[in-house]
Design a protein around this ligand. Structure first.
Ligand SMILES: Cc1cc2nc3c(=O)[nH]c(=O)nc-3n(C[C@H](O)[C@H](O)[C@H](O)COP(=O)(O)OP(=O)(O)OC[C@H]3O[C@@H](n4cnc5c(N)ncnc54)[C@H](O)[C@@H]3O)c2cc1C
Length: 448
């Protein structure tokens, strides 16, 4: 199926409602970043409009594995993730909603020396930030993952990490934001951001114009299109990741785990989310030539991680470039309202085999549901989170490179604080939008 099966309760206003004529902040994109931002802004008393071209959290934010981890992150993200974990711990209480939160840790098991050395190399980062990450011995790994049946050399473990249910979190933020007065609209795309004399003054939507002195652009994989309309060149690209949910298996562990090439987390009902940890798919289009020079070195260095495909995506992309296409008419990424993203069944079969090889007790566990998502990436493997950019009043949260679910709560809170008080509360310099124009971009530890 195209999206995880959990149905989304309507958090938005009915479609025939008009839009407010003026708000303090308009947010483009009803993924986790947009919904969390809407919640914290409304909580701070701002008048908020959240525009979603399709369904709330219909894209990346409901399709994630559900890992909430600090470990193995780029240093630029660690303080944010530490603050995010603090929020996660009490988020179910704050939002009065079950979010599937389990604070049972994250474990990457090393199958060989290269992996072990790679994992170990993150320990100095953990120490410098005071994260509770440790290297477990093989015996300690066996205690965490009883019955693990393939050779291993220990693992990287962070007890304070956890997991949560992507199908629930953004929606919960949206519902609570609406209760606090936020205007949340589905099936209504933003067509552009209006700027006068260097200051954001409004947003052009499919249902008319709304005045706003601040616009948050959190439009996932189409953010670069909206920014391009403002003359800002963001070298954003996309890759495809596949996930499956299984039937219930015997209780194994609540730890978000990568082991034997498979990423998995088990829910309390026994079902797992699993994914082929080592690979993502790239459906080649002309769009992938854009900004290629930014990516070429990493693509080469990480070439074993990418499966390149020349398929229908290329033809669709060509068609969308024609002046008469819906894409050209609507602009701003609205044409791909509810894209059908095909899961990679071969990769899932590999992941399932790897899970069963590692845990023979799961022999009867089967795939129950599967989906794929377009992951937005940036060349340095870290996002843009910025509310102090040019034009004035533009805020951006995008490019989370396959690990933004865990950061959602703190991204929403940070942007809301930044917009309402002028102070983000954390040092956000490394995540600024202008780093690409300035050429101040370091190589990524990983692109996704
Ligand atoms: C397969 C997969 C596995 C992942 N696993 C993890 C994980 O385990 N842990 C983790 O931390 N992260 C994970 N991630 C990454 C995480 O899901 C994303 O980083 C995060 O959800 C990004 O949220 P977002 O709000 O920026 O984007 P999205 O959720 O993509 O939301 C953007 C929204 O903007 C809307 N939009 C676009 N253009 C417009 C427009 N013009 N007008 C109005 N609306 C518009 C879209 O319809 C969309 O709903 C995973 C991602 C995928 C795909």
């Amino acid at each position: 199926m195209n999206i995880p099966e959990t149905a989304f309760a309507r958090a938005s206003a009915p479609e025939d409602d008009g839009l407010p004529r003026e708000v303090d902040v308009a947010i483009i994109g009803g993924g986790l970043m947009g919904c969390a931002c809407a919640y914290y802004l409304s909580k701070a008393g701002a008048r908020v409009l959240l525009l979603e071209k399709s369904t709330l959290a219909g894209q990346q934010s409901s399709r994630a594995w559900g890992f909430v981890r600090q470990q193995s992150r780029d240093e630029a993200e660690v303080p944010l993730m530490q603050a995010s974990i603090d929020i996660w711990r009490s988020l179910e209480r704050e939002l009065q909603t079950d979010l599937g939160w389990r604070n049972d840790g994250c474990l990457f098991v090393a199958g060989n020396e290269v992996e072990r050395d790679g994992y170990e190399s993150w320990l100095p980062v953990a120490r410098s930030f005071g994260v509770d990450t440790v290297m477990l011995s093989p015996r300690e790994v066996m205690k965490k993952l009883p019955g693990y049946a393939v050779p291993q050399l220990g693992g990287l473990f962070t007890a304070s990490d956890g997991q949560a249910e992507p199908t629930l979190v953004a929606r919960a933020f949206a519902l609570r934001a609406r209760e606090r007065g936020a205007y949340i609209v589905e099936q209504c795309g933003a067509r552009g951001i209006d700027v006068a004399a260097g200051q954001v003054v409004g947003v052009e939507t499919e249902r008319g114009y709304v005045k706003a002195n601040t616009v948050v652009c959190a439009a996932g994989v189409t953010t670069f299109r909206l920014l391009k309309l403002l003359g800002i060149d963001l070298p954003q690209q996309l890759v495809r990741g596949t996930v499956a949910r299984t039937t219930s298996g015997p209780a194994l562990s609540g730890i978000s785990t990568i082991a034997n090439g498979v990423g998995f987390r088990q829910r309390l009902d026994g079902s797992f989310n699993i994914a082929d940890d080592a690979h993502v798919d790239v459906d080649m289009t002309l769009g992938h030539l854009r900004a290629l020079h930014w990516y070429a070195p990493s693509l080469w260095a990480q070439r074993k991680s990418f499966r390149f495909h020349l398929n229908g995506a290329c033809l669709t992309d060509l068609h969308q470039r024609m002046p008469w296409s819906e894409a050209s008419r609507l602009g701003a990424g609205i044409h791909r309202r509810d894209p059908l993203i095909k899961p990679n069944d071969k990769g899932l079969a590999t992941a399932m085999r790897a899970l069963k090889a590692a845990f023979p007790g799961q022999v009867n566990t089967q795939i129950a549901d599967r989906w794929a998502g377009a992951i937005d990436v940036l060349p340095d493997g870290i996002p843009v989170i910025d509310a102090q950019t040019s034009p004035l009043g533009l805020a951006v949260a995008t490019g989370f490179c396959g690990h933004g679910f865990a950061m959602g709560p703190i991204v929403g809170k940070t942007l809301a604080d930044w917009i309402t008080t002028g102070n983000p509360g954390l040092d956000m310099r490394q995540l600024r939008l202008s780093r690409f124009a300035e050429g101040d971009v370091k190589p990524p530890s990983s692109l996704f």
